[in-house]
Design a protein around this ligand. Sequence first.
Ligand SMILES: *Cc1c(COP(=O)(O)O)cnc(C)c1O
Length: 219
Amino acid sequence: MSVALQLQKIRSELPPSVTLVAVSKTKPISLIQEAYQEGQRHFGENYIQELVEKQAQLPQDICWHAIGHLQSNKVKYIAPFVYLIHGVDSLSLLKEINKQGQKNKRMIKCLLQIHIAQEETKFGFSFSECENILASGMLNSLPHVQIQGFMGMASNTNNKEQIRNEFKNLHAFFCKHQQQQPLLQTLSMGMSSDYSIAVEQGSTMLRLGSSIFGERVYH
Ligand SMILES: *Cc1c(COP(=O)(O)O)cnc(C)c1O
């Protein structure tokens, strides 16, 4: 099925309150343009060099999301334009984002990544680490960073109950903190394999790659 048809089909299943980020990593410019023609404006990439190259070649009204693990020394390349950084998983990264935000005279929107999966390989803060950051007041000393919410990735498993529980816990954490900090408005959870469960559990932002663009081939 074409990218346009996939997008139409997925959108028709989603509540209007959910933002769809089309994850275009490894995919050619032509497919991104096809999605753009279909009205898609939010795109996500993992690899910074690829993100920067694509941003330069595509329409300037695209909102670019940096969704994967981000190394501090790469922040400077995306700081001038990035719309939202999903994978903030350390304080040193947050400080570097603030520094680059200051250099570019802008406020950079970020999501704190929370480790909700059982695998040890996935990045992110624990709930209590995240809570400590929010309570510590240290964000006040980072005026060029705006924490807009949280991001999480569920375990890579076929066990739907486990995925549901992981998303449910993250959503509960989000709601609890949103009551205290209304600026928290984004809960990025759900990928191609688990997005229906994520929506059911209160996701406000999906990151979908293969379900829109087809399977990725790595060379
Ligand atoms: C690649 C990637 C996605 C999209 O994965 P699909 O399974 O293709 O939907 C979402 N989030 C992150 C962090 C990714 O790296």
